[in-house]
Design a binder for this molecule. Structure first.
Ligand SMILES: Nc1ncnc2c1ncn2[C@@H]1O[C@H](COP(=O)(O)OP(=O)(O)OP(=O)(O)O)[C@@H](O)[C@H]1O
Ligand SMILES: [Mg+2]
Length: 352
């Protein structure tokens, strides 16, 4: 059994899978809140003991003995890693290693510790002869050590450590068929930030962390309506975007006709800017569809809002769609498990 464990800032999520002759079967999925329940979520106040407790409780809740899990796959966020597709000259492997280490140091937020890198040659570059495309993942030793320490404190044997953006793309390729032409956009809306991935067959892989998440949706609503955080959560989960936008009855006359900018406009603006950047860098702008995942994706009205603003089809991503065993998974917010599923599958692939 392979276990994907996504240690988010507000929820810990797990998906367990097993290998079958023709792929994977999903066995179980579960989640556990990291902060105190029924309280105002403050990401600044979450630290290691909260995660350790939540992970341990999640294992207990799902009836899983950590010692019995063969391979556990966890991830680090795109914000503390660098995931890049790089085009470089063909060269011997030791030189490539040195070149990639050099490259990585330019892109990761250095914290005084060395860079840890992992790379894979993707193939020859389509446009330039003698050049190859390399997938490079890097973080600092400090980030990795702190992640490993957290797992140890949870009583877990560290297995595979992946990154969230790669887990998202693995979940996508597992569930859907990547079209031959065009680009797919996946946005995992977490609590504190959102992880954006853009890729396609033979196209440049791109990822970026956007500084907006479901926590900001709740906070904005709570401020606007002058209601408590937990009340705002309830209203938001029920009414979604309509709760923020339909607030104009008591607005002063001067603001009539001027729609007030919401947090959702800011998120879409960040997304638009990132897609424009991608198009500029690669010359590709055939964005087929945007998939939303993560807990915040469930906000009612959000997919419609995104597609109307960007003029690109937008849908929720269901990581259990057409998956062997998926019919037995009864969880509330399926899209919240996308990364955990991608990690579980990665754990299985690493053991081939
Ligand atoms: N039914 C729902 N409708 C709308 N939003 C929801 C719903 N359920 C949960 N959320 C929101 O989803 C967010 C949590 O999602 P998720 O578990 O993906 O985050 P996380 O992984 O803990 O955070 P991060 O990725 O930032 O570390 C919260 O902001 C929460 O308010
Ligand atoms: Mg998350």
């Amino acid at each position: 059994m392979y276990l994907g464990l996504d240690i988010g800032r507000q929820y810990v999520k797990m998906v367990s899978v097993e290998k079958t002759k023709d792929g994977f079967k999903v066995l179980d999925a579960g989640t556990r809140l990291v902060p105190e329940p029924n309280s105002t979520f403050d990401p600044e106040k979450i630290d290691r003991p909260h995660w350790v407790m939540a992970v341990r409780e999640l294992f207990r809740q799902q009836g899983l003995n950590p010692k019995k899990v063969k391979t556990i796959c966890t991830g680090i966020s795109g914000a503390s890693a660098s995931i890049k597709q790089i085009t470089t000259m063909e060269m011997p492997s030791d030189e490539l290693e040195a070149a990639m280490t050099f490259e990585a140091r330019k892109h990761i937020p250095m914290d005084g510790t060395d860079a840890v890198i992992d790379f894979q040659i993707l193939g020859s570059n389509q446009r330039e002869v003698d050049k190859i495309d390399v997938g490079l993942v890097a973080c600092t030793k400090g980030v990795l050590t702190s992640h490993m320490d957290l797992l140890k404190e949870c009583g877990l044997k560290p297995g595979v450590v992946d990154t969230y953006p790669i887990a998202m793309s693995n979940a996508f390729t597992f569930i859907k068929t990547m079209p031959d032409d065009g680009l797919v956009v996946i946005l995992d809306i977490g609590a504190v930030s959102s992880s954006l991935v853009v890729y396609g067959s033979g196209e440049q892989f791109f990822t970026r962390d956007l500084p907006i998440g479901g926590h900001h949706f709740v906070k904005e609503l709570s401020d606007r309506k002058e209601i408590s955080y937990t009340e705002a959560q309830d209203v938001l989960y029920k009414d979604g975007l309509a709760a923020s936008i339909s607030n104009s009855t008591d607005a002063p006359l001067t603001s009539v006709g001027i729609a007030e900018r919401t947090i959702y406009d800011n998120l879409v603006e960040d997304l638009r800017r990132s897609l424009r950047f991608y198009a500029k860098q690669t010359g590709q702008s055939f964005f087929l569809k945007i998939f939303l995942s993560g807990g915040g994706a469930e906000t009612p009205g959000l997919t419609e809002f995104v597609s109307s603003k960007l003029n690109i089809e937008c849908d929720l991503f269901d990581p259990f769609e057409n998956v062997n065993g998926g019919e037995n998974i009864s969880v509330n917010n399926k899209s919240q498990y996308t990364i955990a599923l991608g990690l579980g599958i990665r754990g299985g692939m690493a053991n081939e």
